[in-house]
Ligand binder design. Structure first.
Ligand code: UDP
Ligand code: MG
Length: 340
């Protein structure tokens, strides 16, 4: 028997996290279906409701009534996009998995291009925004600065402009699924797993409806989170700074000792003492705070809570049987309340 062509997806999975996307969902599903149909793809679409407060879930259920290939997951509350994506990945069964936003900013028409590169042998095909002119100049500058700082501090370099819109081979998905850390900085996680990857350009369009969940402060928190998750350089800086200050104080000590021995005691010097004391205690507090940040994260991870809780699960994955999603399904099944 000939080996099955591993690069022909007998099943493609598409994961879409949704948070208050009632305005987009009715446009999203037909567009995705259209692409799947014209490409003749056998696909499952996994919609993850990340604790929406609007009618997102009801709309999902309504679409599911006529579309067998939809799998619906509802998380018990809003866990954030990163975790919603993880929940989606956990139920995928496809040979290749595509992640895309639910607001149609990631055009489904890019999917064939993703698949082409995957068939060429790439394990990760990531979407790169063709231009960022839709963002303001300030945001573009901030984004650029973040990538520069991140890549300077971390051993896991991340590619600017590559986001969650991507295709991943089954083996990449399985690798990512093994990373159960709570602080999920996806850009770092995608990069950490490695594998052969290649970009594909796409045009970002305006949201289909609703509004972005990522405010400026949430983006800043995300950036900060990312650095703390993928770099311990700030901790090492403490050692360097400590060494520098130790060096300065030893030389200063020797200098003042010599001066006193040669020239005798003189009283002025309060300013020096006060300034150096202030500077040093400031630095100590800063470093203590930094240690606290890392400690807090250790605490979060060490509690070992589940990453997410599932409120409802509708679709293929609800059935038992078949690898490789089975383990996750069993896990999810434990969390889903039994049907009434
Ligand atoms: N999203 C989510 N949980 C959240 C925030 C966002 O699942 O807590 C989803 C959202 O529904 C969308 C995608 O993540 O499908 C991207 O979110 P958004 O469009 O708000 O981000 P932006 O495009 O502005 O970066
Ligand atoms: Mg968006």
């Amino acid at each position: 028997m000939l080996p099955r062509d591993p690069r022909h997806p007998s099943l493609l999975s598409i994961v879409v996290p949704l948070f208050n996307e009632q305005a987009s969902i009715d446009a999203l599903i037909p567009r995705v279906m259209q692409v799947l149909e014209s490409e003749g793809l056998n696909a499952e679409i996994i919609l993850v409701d990340d604790g929406s407060a609007d009618d997102t879930w009801d709309k999902m259920v309504a679409w599911r009534a006529n579309h067998e290939n939809l799998t619906l997951v509802a998380l018990s509350r809003n866990f954030g996009k990163e975790i919603a994506i993880t929940a989606g990945l956990d139920v995928t069964e496809g040979d290749a998995v595509i992640i895309m936003d639910g607001d149609l900013q990631h055009p489904p028409e890019t999917i064939p291009a993703f698949l082409r590169r995957w068939r060429e042998g790439y394990d990760i095909v990531y979407g790169v925004r063709r231009d960022r002119s839709e963002d303001g100049a300030a945001r573009r500058a901030a984004t650029k600065a973040f990538y520069r700082v991140f890549n300077r501090l971390s051993n896991t370099p991340i590619t600017p402009d590559a986001g969650d819109f991507r295709l991943m081979d089954r083996k990449v998905v399985e690798a990512i699924r093994r990373m159960r850390e709570r602080a999920r900085f996806m850009k770092g996680i995608y990069s950490w797993v490695g594998f052969k990857s290649t970009p594909v350009e796409f045009d970002v369009v305006s949201r289909e409806g609703g509004r972005s969940s990522f405010s400026r402060s949430r983006l800043f928190a995300l950036a900060f989170d990312g650095i703390l998750s993928f770099s311990t350089a700030p901790l090492r800086m403490a050692v360097v700074l400590g060494a520098i200050f130790a060096g300065i104080s030893i030389s200063a000590g020797l200098y003042f000792l010599g001066r006193t021995l040669l020239l005798g005691v003189d009283t002025p010097g309060f300013a020096t003492i006060i300034v150096s004391t202030l500077a040093l205690s400031g630095l100590i507090l800063l470093q203590l705070g930094l240690m606290g940040l890392y400690l807090g994260r250790i605490y979060e991870e060490v509690k070992g809570r589940p990453l997410y809780l599932v409120r409802d699960l509708v679709g293929r994955a609800a059935a038992e049987n078949a690898e490789p999603g089975a383990a996750a399904r069993r896990h999810i099944k434990d969390l889903v309340r039994p049907p009434a």
